[in-house]
Ligand binder design. Sequence first.
Ligand code: NCD
Length: 314
Amino acid sequence: MSPAHGFRGRHVVSAEDFSKDELLHLLDTAAFFEHDVGPRLAGKILATLFFEPSTRTRLSFESAMHRLGGSVIGFADEKATSRTKGESLADTIRMVEGYCDAIVIRHPMEGAARLAAETARVPVINGGDGSNQHPTQTFLDLYTIRKATGRLDGLRVGFFGDLRYSRTVHSLAKALLHFDVAMSFIGPPMLRLPQELRETLGARGRLGREVEGLDDARPLDVLYVTRIQKERFPDPADYERMKNAYRLDRAAAERFGPDLKILHPLPRVTEVATDVDDLPGALYFEQARNGVTVRKALLSLVLADADASGGGLA
Ligand code: NCD
């Protein structure tokens, strides 16, 4: 295995920690993992520590681990843990690392996964830290886009919705810096990208257009929609004001033409009308399914023998 593809034993904290080569290697490995690859993680244990609600991320990690012959321990509700007795995150990690071969953590605090990685002697995978990052969602987003369009370079990608608090947007926008993608950002001004990310993108000449309405965003190849991140609003009154501020309906989607690919990390609330679902470009449920394939590939690369097993994985 080339050192450029050093996934083995590595923490997965932020999408920006991965080079273009590494991202492509992961996507190629995932494509290979669409086939049954056997129980290559037999005997390995994954711990899933979810301090915040999750459906897809936790279940798809669990499914991936089981499909690879490994097992899973963990919790989906911190109320059932010693956190309620006042245990620190660092102490929880120091203990859990003795029970498993890798940890997936989701936590409301930005930087929690980085902190866990600094403490842990086993690889830590960030399943979402506050509104900061969600790198494994980014990996499956890239996989879905590439599978649907055949490429990552030369695309026009529009992000639509809560750009301020959506960690999936922040992660994906950073990863897309590796590719020749024209990014635009669509939504109410109050929910626009955080200033720090605007500056990062701006410094690379990649901030693109920031517009309020979908009709100002055409043409696009990919529209990436997110729900309002209700739980991140410091002031509930602001959430109440914004909660119906944007929506993709079928007519608006159709104005982009038949080739538009629509992605959404899910869960959906009201921001995508359900009659969008049967447009051929509505990929969000397929995107969620791809989560298992991509997480199988990631777990194998981080934990096991994917580097030693041949089959196009080296
Ligand atoms: C996302 C998340 O948790 O950030 N969900 C997911 O993992 N698919 C998006 C969201 O909660 O809106």
